[in-house]
Structures are given as structure tokens and as C-alpha cells.
Write a protein that binds this ligand. Structure first.
Ligand code: AGP
Length: 615
């Protein structure tokens, strides 16, 4: 997905912009470009392909400007090409813009501008923006150049339908930059004499920890020393500075071959951060930011958990725990389905949204819909100040630290942990006596998870060995029952996205109802068995596939009796409700090693982006 970087200060902008773009590479892109201003003239350099290639384009090192904007493009309108890359300028080359998002009515605006004498050089939706700013600038009667440009940007935004985060520089106002956002992320990092702008905090985290987190329809005029904020009606207001406690080193590989491997191995630490002081050994449970009352929780007739991809799988694991200890029917929905299916929502519904990035377009749309229908909304996110956290009534953070690899790993385990803690919190508010002892036991088990994860991570060899054996396969199957099925779904998604191997996850009991027809000699089946009450059942399903010639990998913490399986990865025992937090780790590693065996780009799998900010 597109990425934005900007700089305004005393240093040469180009190296800072390129460095920022490199840090945004994980989002996925097909072209990149930068623009700076020098001697009141805009210079644009852009290129199809990687940022490293952009950095070799002749003339790029001659850019001396101390103000600049930069972009990595993920093609939506118009093929990947140099002409379609950002920044785009207006026809007179006085205004340059980078844009994340999609302008839905660009054809109409383009036609209007063409009728008014404007010429277009790309197939993008973005090119209408600098031209429309130019159009309004020329029409504006305001004398003050700064306000004149701001008003032109404001008028332009009134015409735009869709989503946008924009950085705008102009030779008409060469020492300033205007930024604005709507439904697309944008943050501003600040120091006394510099401003760093980005779509993503990690890209600029090495420069500052002080950020302005922009809301929708807020406009900012930036100079190296100032940030002037304007609301949707161009009234000036003050915005507080937020301190982001993330460590810049956490956004680096720190000696690991890939971000994904680093993030897998970070899980004991990230889980510790998620638990924080929310749970204690003596059984207390507090979640900052939540103040639900017993009356409110008792009034609920339904909880929805809404998310996409991995976050949705975390929701499936969380559903079982919430439903059990809170006694409220809890449904998990895919955000892109939920938003279009007119779900049953009223003021007696609580809707929980899970999103690592907090910027997933479908999840945000589902949140807005739920609010409009009168439900209370609770966001579970990893990114402070992200869009869902600003929309939701309540927010709780996973505190897993920056997740860079496209394939989500530590965010998943942190999400499941946080949902388990949330279930405990709900049960305590509800004064649920029935499960008091069980909940105490669950709290203890949650606190033991980091050290158990450390144990899991010591047992990498058999996973690597099995991955080596099967990496050339075309299809694989994941089986499990209950929460093991939810882990199977996530394991299967990981495999698909980074190894490009077709895989399916089945509830083991469903095998006989169709999928077993696919099992033949040599097919790979991964069985997950962490629940004492279900282990025998899953064993018998796995035996059925072995009889039909399948190669198997078993992930288990149960006594497998006399059954002899070829490849078993034993994980520590824990409460089955939270076992996906342990059982997913060998599956993450399995996908990782397969991807490495195949020589693929683990962190940036094809066709995928870290943050899916468009529908
Ligand atoms: C996970 O490996 C995927 N890349 C993807 O499914 C992801 O979980 C999904 O796009 C949701 O993202 P979010 O958590 O940032 O909303």
C-alpha cells in the first residue's frame, strides 16, 4: 500500500526522504518518487521499481532542498510506471502533491479541469489534486499567500470523494508544507527545528518520539519551527503533542535475517508488554481506558468481534473465552462482510474491532456503521492514535511494538492475550462467581505464557526439518478442533501468504463431510491437538489421513498414547482456551522456513500490503 514521507527543516531533505521510504518498503509498492524545493523551484524525481533504484536516478544526489515530499506507490489507477508515480504536479509545475488513498470521483474532476484548460500526463486519480489546487488558487481573492494556498487546498478537498492523506509543497510558498488527511493515516513528528511527516510512525521513529496525530479533515501548515492546525472549517486550533514510547531499534532487524523471524522471536517480550500491569499474580485485572459497569454488561444481548485476516482469527480465539466467562452470545465477523450485511445492532450490542494497524478500510467502515446504529464500540489496536482508536468509544492497545513484516505474527498472539484479559475483566465486572476459580487459574496461565513461549522458541529444529521435507508441495491441510481449529485457520493463512502454497484449514470433524476426498498419497497434513477433551477425536482424524498416505506434522501438548506419529512438535501445556498463543508459533516458523527454502521475500510477499487502507 502507498507510503508517504515528508521533511522540513535545516538538513538536506533527500537522504531523510529516501531513508523514510526504505522503512516503508514493507507496505508493498511498485514505484517511488520524491520532490524538493530549491531556489523557489520544485524538482521531482520518480521511478518505477524499488527505492534503491530511485536513489540511483541521475541528479537525485544534486537535490539540495531542505523541504521535500516522498512516496511509494501501490498502483490502483494506472499501471506501475514512472509517469504514474508520485509526486504529481499541476500543469504549471508550481504545486507538487503525494497522495495515499483513492479519489473516487477523479474522472468527473478530470473532465472539469480539462474543460478549464488543464492537461494531464498520467492515468492516476491523484493528478487531479495539484491541478484543482492550482485552479482554486487562481480563483482565490485572499491576499496572504499562505492563507490563499490553504483555502485552495480546502476548496479542493471539498470536491474530493474518497480517501486521502496529502502532502503538498508549492513554489508559491517555498518554505512551508500543507498536509491534510481523510480516511488515510498521516502523522507528524516534531523537534524544535524540524518536522517529519509520514503515513507510518516507524518510518520516522529514529528522528523523534514526539508526534502530532492528525484526525480526519484537519489541515496543517508546517514550517520547520511551527505547525498551525486548522479544522474542517479552517478555524485554527491547538493540537497536543503525543509521545510515542516505541523504541526505534524495535523497527530494525537487529541481526535477524528478516523482520518476520525477528517478530516471531519477540513474542515472549511482546506478550509481556501486552499483559503489562493488567493482570497480577493475586488475580486482579484492570484495563486502562475501560470503565464498563455491571449494569451495562448485563444489558448486552450480543457482542460482535469484527476484523480482517489474522486479526479476525484472533477474534475467533477470543470469542470462546468471552462467551464462556461473560455469558453473552459472541459472533465473529469478517469486516468486509459485516459492513454490507445489515447486521443486527442496537444499543444493547457491543462491537469489538481488532486491527493491528488500526487503518484497515473495511474495519473502519464497519466501526462507523456500528456507531451509526447505536452500538458501543471498542477498538483493539497496536498503533497508538490510529484511525480505529480515534473512532471507537473505547480503545485498548496490544503494545506489541511495531510489526513490520506483512505476515502478522506477534500482533496475533498479543491480540489473543488481550482478548483473554478482556474476558477476565468482563467476568470481574459482572461479578461472575460461577467461574471464579477457573478465571483465577486462567489469569495464572496467562502470566506464564511468556516463559512458555520462550520454551516453544527453543524447539525450532524439527519444524525446520519438516519444512525442508515438504516445501515443494502444492497443497497442504491444517486440522484442529475447537480453539485448535482457530489456530489451524491462522496457520493456513500464514502458509498461503508467505510461501504461496495452497492450503486449507478444516475443523477436523468436518473431514468426513468432503475434504477427505482430497487426501492422497504424499499430501501434507498438519494436526493441532491441545485440548485434553478433544485430543482422541483429532488423533482419529489424523489416523484417517495417514491411512490414505498423508505426511503429517503434529503440534501438541497432550499425551498421544500409543499413537506413533513421524513428526511431532511438543509445546508446553496450558489452558486450552489460550493454547493458540503457543500452538501458532511452530506454525509461524513452519511457514517462515518454507518461504526461505523457496527463496521468497518473506517480509514482502507478492500482491500483499501490510496495511490495507482501501477496500
Ligand atoms: C496477516 O498476516 C495479514 N497480512 C492480514 O490478514 C492482516 O491481518 C489483515 O489485513 C488485517 O490487518 P489489521 O490487523 O492491520 O487490520
Amino acid at each position: 500500500m502507498c507510503g508517504i514521507v515528508g521533511y522540513i527543516g535545516n538538513k538536506k531533505a533527500k537522504p531523510i526522504l529516501i531513508n523514510g521510504l526504505l522503512r516503508l518498503e514493507y507496505r508493498g509498492y511498485d514505484s517511488a518518487g520524491i520532490a524538493t524545493i530549491e531556489n523557489d523551484k520544485i524538482s521531482v524525481i520518480k521511478n518505477k521499481g524499488r527505492v534503491a533504484e530511485l536513489d540511483k536516478v541521475p541528479g537525485i544526489n544534486d537535490l539540495q532542498g531542505t523541504i521535500g515530499i516522498a512516496h511509494t506507490r501501490w498502483a490502483t489507477h494506472g499501471k506501475p510506471s514512472t509517469e504514474n508515480s508520485h509526486p504529481h504536479t499541476d500543469m504549471s509545475k508550481q504545486i507538487a502533491v503525494v497522495h495515499n488513498g483513492i479519489i473516487e470521483n477523479y474522472s468527473e474532476l478530470r473532465e472539469f479541469l480539462q474543460k478549464n484548460g488543464y492537461t494531464f500526463y498520467s492515468q492516476t486519480d491523484t493528478e487531479v489534486i495539484p491541478n484543482l489546487i492550482h485552479y482554486y488558487y487562481e480563483k482565490e481573492s485572499e491576499n496572504d499567500k499562505e492563507l490563499k494556498l490553504l483555502k485552495a487546498v480546502h476548496n479542493t478537498c471539498q470536491d474530493l470523494k474518497g480517501s486521502y492523506a496529502l502532502e503538498i509543497i508549492s513554489s508559491l510558498l517555498p518554505d512551508k508544507m500543507i498536509v491534510v488527511r481523510k480516511d488515510s493515516p498521516l502523522v507528524i513528528g516534531k523537534s524544535a527545528t524540524e518536522k517529519y511527516i509520514s503515513s507510518d510512525i516507524p518510518a520516522i521513529l529514529s528522528y523523534t518520539k514526539d508526534f502530532y496525530l492528525l484526525n480526519d479533515n484537519e489541515y496543517v501548515i508546517l514550517s520547520k519551527t511551527n505547525a498551525d492546525f486548522y479544522d474542517k472549517d479552517l478555524n485554527k486550533f491547538n493540537k497536543p503533542v503525543e509521545n510515542i514510547a516505541w523504541n526505534a531499534a524495535a523497527a530494525e532487524k537487529e541481526g535477524y535475517a528478516d523482520f518476520m523471524l525477528k517478530e516471531i522471536f519477540e513474542q515472549p517480550k511482546s506478550i509481556r508488554e501486552t499483559i503489562g500491569s493488567r493482570l497480577t499474580q493475586d488475580g486482579t485485572c484492570n484495563i486502562e481506558g475501560l470503565n464498563f459497569t455491571k449494569e451495562y454488561l448485563e444489558s448486552l444481548n450480543r457482542i460482535y468481534i469484527v476484523a480482517c485476516g489474522t486479526a479476525m482469527h484472533a477474534g475467533l480465539a477470543g470469542k470462546t473465552i468471552i462467551e464462556k466467562y461473560c455469558n453473552v452470545p459472541t459472533e465473529v465477523d469478517i469486516a468486509s462482510e459485516f459492513r454490507y450485511r445489515d447486521p443486527l445492532i442496537d444499543e444493547k450490542t457491543l462491537v469489538i474491532f481488532i486491527s493491528q494497524s488500526g487503518e484497515t478500510a473495511d474495519t473502519i467502515a464497519a466501526l462507523k456503521l456500528s456507531k451509526a446504529k447505536g452500538a458501543k464500540t471498542l477498538a483493539v489496536s497496536n498503533v497508538i492514535g490510529s484511525s480505529i482508536t480515534r473512532e471507537a468509544d473505547y480503545t485498548i492497545y496490544t503494545h506489541a511494538g511495531p510489526e513490520i513484516a506483512v505476515a502478522s505474527t506477534k500482533a496475533y498472539t498479543s491480540q489473543v492475550v488481550l482478548l483473554a484479559i478482556l474476558a477476565i475483566y468482563f467476568a470481574k465486572v459482572l461479578e461472575n462467581k460461577k467461574y471464579e476459580n477457573e478465571i483465577k487459574e486462567l489469569s495464572r496461565e496467562i502470566l506464564e505464557l511468556p516463559s512458555k513461549l520462550e520454551e516453544v522458541l527453543k524447539n525450532v529444529k524439527p519444524i525446520k526439518k519438516f519444512a525442508k521435507k515438504v516445501y515443494t508441495e502444492k497443497d497442504m491441510f491444517f486440522l484442529g478442533r475447537g480453539v485448535d481449529y482457530t489456530a489451524a485457520l491462522e496457520g493456513s493463512l500464514k502458509l498461503k501468504e508467505i510461501s504461496y502454497i495452497h492450503s486449507e484449514a478444516y475443523a477436523a470433524g468436518e473431514l468426513k463431510h468432503g475434504p477427505i476426498a482430497l487426501i492422497e498419497n504424499g499430501v501434507t497434513v498438519i494436526g493441532i491437538m491441545t485440548d485434553k477433551n478433544l485430543v482422541e477425536k483429532t488423533i482419529s482424524n489424523v489416523q484417517e489421513v495417514i491411512t490414505r498416505g498423508a505426511k503429517t506434522l503434529i503440534i501438541s501438548n497432550q499425551d498421544l498414547g500409543d499413537h506413533k506419529f513421524d513428526n511431532v512438535v511438543t509445546i508446553p501445556e496450558t489452558n486450552p482456551l489460550i493454547s493458540p498463543i503457543l500452538s501458532i508459533v511452530p506454525l509461524q516458523l513452519f511457514s517462515y522456513y518454507i518461504s526461505k527454502e523457496k527463496g521468497l521475500d518473506v517480509d514482502k510477499p507478492r500482491n500483499l500490503a501490510k496495511s490495507v487502507t482501501v477496500e
